[in-house]
Design a protein around this ligand. Structure first.
Ligand SMILES: NC(=O)c1ccc[n+]([C@@H]2O[C@H](COP(=O)([O-])OP(=O)(O)OC[C@H]3O[C@@H](n4cnc5c(N)ncnc54)[C@H](OP(=O)(O)O)[C@@H]3O)[C@@H](O)[C@H]2O)c1
Length: 258
């Protein structure tokens, strides 16, 4: 039999993963990727019906998935997500903080304080709080991995997206800070910065043909990504194939930032 010394490092059998915002888009693709490599995955979003449908579709394909609803801005929901995961599977090895919002598009001087606060609460504070709730279980795991989903907007300011840009820059530094402090427990923390991915969140940018053309012209690969094209990074970062990788920021943007 061929030696699979390196290939087997990608294997996630026996690991349990929570992916927030995994009813659709990038979160769904990452959860699917983890499950295809053997992880038991918790599908989560605000909508029970849609996460039940995703988990059922995975199970129909022979994958292991459970649906637990969680509005990441709600402290009780966050606690319940982690507690129910551990009650169901007895462990937690991988946390992907993916759910995000962008309620305001407009100039920074007109940014309403409530939209600013909501963006920070959902995109940044929730990731901090969920990580803290998961930490005791990730420590026990021995191979804990936290992955935050930022954006190229965390590295490069997109005009009219100030609150989103700030939240996505913040989550990069959250990941770096956690990585420094949690490495001694072998809990690794990394950040993924996708470029333009065709999902509901980015709909305003691709539904309008002219705007879509303008954006794709700025991308050397000359197209938007599909959510599946982000999943491989998440599988790698979650697995032992990335066992020496922590505190990193990984861009998948079709070459846009150059
Ligand atoms: N699409 C892009 O071009 C792009 C680029 C860079 C970075 N990103 C980042 O990638 C991540 C995923 O975005 P996406 O484009 O895949 O978005 P999407 O297709 O709109 O999916 C968002 C997911 O998050 C869930 N969600 C939204 N608000 C939530 C909340 N408060 N609590 C829990 N779940 C919530 C949604 O489900 P429910 O509505 O059922 O709750 C859904 O499952 C985000 O962090 C986003 O900032 C996206």
């Amino acid at each position: 039999m061929a030696d699979t010394r390196i290939r087997s490092r990608f294997e996630l059998t026996g690991r349990v993963a929570v992916v927030t915002g995994s009813s659709k888009g990038i979160g769904e693709a990452m959860a699917r990727g983890l499950a295809e490599f053997g992880a038991r995955v918790v599908i989560s979003s605000r909508n029970q019906e849609s996460i039940d449908a995703v988990a059922a579709a995975y199970r129909a394909d022979g994958l292991d998935a459970t649906a637990i609803a969680c509005h990441v801005g709600d402290p009780d929901d966050r606690r319940r997500l982690i507690e129910q995961t551990v009650a169901t599977y007895g462990r937690l090895d991988i946390l992907i903080n993916n759910a995000a919002t962008n309620p305001y598009f407009g100039p920074v001087e007109g940014l309403p304080p409530d939209a600013y606060q909501k963006t920070l609460d959902i995109n940044l504070t929730a990731a901090l709080e969920l990580s803290n709730l998961a930490l005791p279980h990730l420590r026990k795991s021995g191979t804990g991995s936290v992955i935050h989903i930022s954006s190229i907007e965390g590295l490069h300011a997109n005009p009219n997206f100030a609150a989103y840009n700030i939240s996505k820059a913040g989550i990069i530094m959250l990941g770096k800070s956690q990585a420094r402090e949690w490495a001694s427990d072998n809990v690794r923390v990394n950040v993924i910065c996708p470029g333009l991915v065709k999902t509901k969140l980015s709909r305003a940018l691709w539904e309008n043909d002219q705007l879509a053309k303008q954006f794709t012209n700025m991308i050397p690969l000359n197209r938007m990504a599909s959510p599946d094209e982000i999943a491989g990074l998440a599988v790698w970062l979650a697995s032992d194939a990335a066992s020496y990788v922590t505190g990193g920021t990984f861009v998948a943007d079709g070459g846009m930032l150059g």
